[in-house]
Design a binder for this molecule. Sequence first.
Ligand code: MN
Length: 147
Amino acid sequence: MSLEKYQAKRKFDKTIEPKGEVKKSNLSRFVVQKHRASHLHYDFRLEQAGVLKSWAVPKGVPESAGVKRLAIQVEDHPVDYINFSGIIPEGEYGAGTVEIWDKGKWQALDGALERGSMKFKLSGKKLQGEYVLVRLKDKKSWLIYKI
Ligand code: MN
């Protein structure tokens, strides 16, 4: 796992986002950040192998079963990003406001991200229960839904 793509996209003398490092922990945390950028979206991030595996979910992670949402995988983020909220300045990558919409713990139940299909459990304030992430043909596109 590396943060090269994350770090290459950002100027850390301009943005207040963490530069971060790969940091392994025994925790399995998740966060959803509401990101009012050029287009409002929700960033869904799962802590795994020292980074945050990350997806931009235009319509947000569903709170109830029966709704499938597109999730576009984006570059791995540093684990320190899990606590990030604030304003990314105009002109910088991802310019806009970031607020923490939900956070908590997650647990893999079946499958794995590397295999393109994973069932997992979320224990957050808003998001609770069993979810599926499944990769579509174009590799960066996934579906996320609650079961
Ligand atoms: Mn975003």
